[in-house]
Ligand binder design. Structure first.
Ligand SMILES: [Zn+2]
Length: 417
């Protein structure tokens, strides 16, 4: 029954996702050179509409390649013996469930990263470079790829090792659930301190107009200036960005230098206010809760399948905890991707609207509208997505949707007075 369920969900996932991608491809082709009526009044003068559509198409090609590569890699690993060989190797090196699980997690994560690497390289040096966005050198790119793979392999190894160790032990289920929660919170605290400095040089904001502009924002919102840092995003790409990371005292707003230096202070302040909005509206704990709910459903699924017995053997794998844990992850992943992806995207889009609203309250709707329009213009990101594709994948509403929501807000505020 398990293999049937797995192959059913995996092929359903591949079909649904490919259909969504093809829908988006057709949509972009139909958009072509015609600017949709609702966008015409929003686009800044001189915006390269056709260039934007071409860029979206090229990026979609890379994402589709990556998607199909992933599905093929999972199918080959499970169906053609790749996973079996990895399990045998990990089990031969060590008999202890933790170490064997650690090795297996690290081997598989590294293998997947290597398979996906060509798409990443093409995306950066083929697509991003062609549109003038890439600033990363091959050396820096390889260093990043190596670091990311090492970090995620270590992390996957640790989680799979922990899961293998706890499986079947008395008290293992509550321990696995509480261990997962502790791990999530610890990761949220450590991410800004340990991981961000590996990829960015972070510096405090220098004195100047932006700083004085932000100081009053910090005062109003109870945020401390020391938790805003400027990252040298310009070393890798020209895309402007800002994000929020961490919990409690380790929380940080990270503003890319590309944005801090190029945007008028009022608009940069609106972007910072948007990130503070994520914090004020408790989006970080909400995101952590979603993550934990997902992981808890995996733990419960694994526990159920372990008790039922014969799970990993039905895939031709050894009945050892690490083989079981990895297969439980793959089966659950095939199901969860289909069931939860649209829900998570929709929750994330709601949070973005909320943070925009907060920014508009702090810095005025016009500053936020200006910032969004500038970001979209600089990154050729005005092209809207096909509605079903956007509903499934987009973590952010389209720029036009965000700007129109802010304009509504402004109109409502004006008529309310
Ligand atoms: Zn946001």
């Amino acid at each position: 029954m398990w293999p049937l369920l797995f192959w059913l969900f995996l092929s359903a996932g591949a079909l649904v996702e490919t259909a969504l991608f093809l829908g988006q491809w057709g949509w972009l082709n139909r958009l072509g050179r015609n600017v949709p009526a609702e966008l015409a009044s929003l686009l800044p003068e001189g915006y390269g509409w056709w260039r934007g559509v071409t860029y979206a198409r090229e990026r979609l090609r890379v994402s589709l390649g990556l998607l199909l590569t992933r599905y093929a890699a999972v199918a080959l690993a499970v169906g053609a013996g790749g996973l079996k060989a990895a399990c045998r190797l990990a089990g031969a090196v060590s008999g202890s469930p933790f170490l064997a699980g650690f090795l297996l997690g690290a081997i598989l994560t590294t293998a997947f990263a290597l398979v996906e690497l060509p798409w990443g390289v093409y995306g950066t040096f083929g697509v991003e470079a062609r549109f003038g966005f890439n600033r990363s050198s091959p050396g820096l790119y390889l260093r990043d790829a190596f670091l990311k793979t090492a970090l995620s392999s270590g992390l996957a190894g640790f989680l799979l090792g922990g899961a293998s160790f706890l499986l079947g032990r008395p008290g293992g289920l509550p321990l696995a659930l509480s261990g997962t929660a502790v791990f999530d919170v610890a990761a949220a605290f450590l991410l800004p301190r340990l991981v961000l400095p590996l990829f960015f040089r972070l510096r405090p904001l220098e004195e100047g107009t932006l700083k004085s502009r932000l100081e009053s924002l910090f005062q109003r919102t109870g945020f401390s200036a020391s938790s805003l840092q400027i990252a040298d995003g310009s070393r890798r790409s020209t895309h402007g960005n800002a994000f929020f990371a961490g919990l409690g005292r380790s929380r940080r707003v990270i503003l890319f230098d590309t944005l801090a230096e190029r945007f008028p202070p009022g608009e940069a302040a609106a972007v910072v206010a948007h990130e503070i909005g994520h914090w004020k509206k408790r989006h970080v704990p909400a995101g952590l809760l979603h993550l934990f709910a997902l992981q808890a459903s995996l733990v419960l699924f694994a526990w159920f399948a372990w008790r039922a017995g014969g799970f990993s053997e039905s895939f031709g794998l050894p009945g050892r905890p690490e083989a079981f844990a990895v297969m439980a992850y793959l089966v659950w992943g095939a199901m969860a991707g289909l069931l939860f992806q649209p829900l998570l995207s929709s929750a994330s889009r709601c949070r973005e609207f909320e943070a925009d609203r907060y920014a508009a309250e702090q810095e005025g709707p016009d500053a936020m509208i200006g910032a969004l329009a500038r970001l979209a213009t600089d990154s050729l990101a005005w092209t809207p997505s096909e509605p079903r594709y956007a509903a499934w994948y987009s973590s952010h509403p389209s720029v036009a949707e965000r700007i129109l929501a802010l304009k509504d807000l402004k109109a409502a505020a004006l008529s309310g007075k």
